[in-house]
Design a protein around this ligand. Structure first.
Ligand SMILES: NC(=O)c1ccc[n+]([C@@H]2O[C@H](COP(=O)([O-])OP(=O)(O)OC[C@H]3O[C@@H](n4cnc5c(N)ncnc54)[C@H](O)[C@@H]3O)[C@@H](O)[C@H]2O)c1
Length: 267
């Protein structure tokens, strides 16, 4: 369904790797709602070819950028403004990766140089994206920036490991930078705290299927899908949410406010 909520808007979408990626669904939905976008991902992700396929389908230029590199980000935003014909109205940061999780290092045996890299990729990159946009004066007035988070920022989910701290940092950057961007030119910054979702990043967490099923039962509306997350992103990129900023918004079928669900006891 399209209501043209993003007609005339220009956006940059990070993190579409394959058809399961949340960013993939967001990109499709933004274009369906009338936006023009550019797509970006890390140069290594280009090898898999998914993002180029999506670019062809959506008629969107694909501009590689390692989100930890300020030089790559400057190049990305100047090329995006050129391709889209003006300043940027919305940005999705959908980037997450933990070296310790990927290499099966438990939380009580973390390698700290890997942890720093994890924080750089999964959280500090969000600050780098915003600082680059801010300094380049690349965001339109009343623009919208969204990052994707997870409730492990507030509560303990042991297998999520150092990604919990990454998400806490990500959410804090949204609040702090949200202040500065609002003062500069009314740009809003929020994070969406999304349900477990079957993606490459999600499936990298130990016991993810069991955990996915648990969260589904615990949430009165069930787990929120990637498609539903795309709809929520469209709302946040649209003018209908222009006074919402510096928030972490739960998009989780009610999970975050549940204590116990009879569904879990019934099996
Ligand atoms: N899947 C879930 O259960 C879930 C739940 C809540 C939040 N999230 C968050 O959603 C976001 C998107 O993840 P996803 O689940 O769609 O998985 P995904 O694996 O499809 O996306 C992660 C993306 O990060 C990109 N990336 C990694 N390193 C990068 C770098 N240095 N520079 C630029 N891009 C880089 C990857 O190439 C990939 O496209 C992440 O922030 C993730 O933590 C996911």
């Amino acid at each position: 369904m399209s209501n043209n909520l993003l007609a005339g808007k220009r956006g940059v979408i990070f993190g579409a790797l394959d058809e399961d990626s949340i960013a993939w669904k967001v990109a499709e939905q933004c274009v369906a709602q009338g936006a023009k976008i550019t797509l970006t991902n890390a140069p290594v992700a280009m090898r898999f070819g998914g993002v180029q396929k999506l670019g062809e389908k959506l008629n969107a230029e694909v501009i590689p950028a390692d989100a930890t590199s300020l030089e790559d980000l400057e190049n990305l935003f100047s090329k995006s403004m050129e391709a889209l014909g003006g300043k940027i109205d919305f940005v999705l940061h959908a980037i997450g990766m933990s070296l310790n999780v990927r290499k099966n290092r438990g939380y009580t045996d973390l390698k700290y140089d890997w942890m720093q890299k994890t924080f750089d990729i999964s959280a500090i990159s969000f600050h780098k994206v915003m600082q680059t946009l801010y300094q380049m004066d690349a965001m339109s007035d009343w623009g919208s920036i969204v990052g994707l988070s997870y409730i492990a920022a507030q509560r303990t989910f042991p297998d999520y490991s150092e990604m919990a701290e990454s998400k806490a940092l990500l959410e804090s950057f949204a609040r702090s930078f949200g202040y500065h961007f609002a003062e500069k030119n009314k740009v809003r910054v929020n994070t969406i705290s999304q349900s477990p979702t079957m993606t490459t990043a999600g499936k990298g967490i130990k016991g993810f299927q069991e955990f996915f099923d648990y969260a589904d039962k615990m949430s009165p509306l069930g787990n929120a899908s990637a498609e539903a997350c795309a709809d929520y992103c469209v709302l946040l990129f649209s003018d209908l949410s222009r006074m919402v900023t510096m928030q972490n918004l739960y998009h989780d079928g009610g999970f975050s406010n549940m204590g116990m669900s009879p569904k879990l006891i019934e099996g």
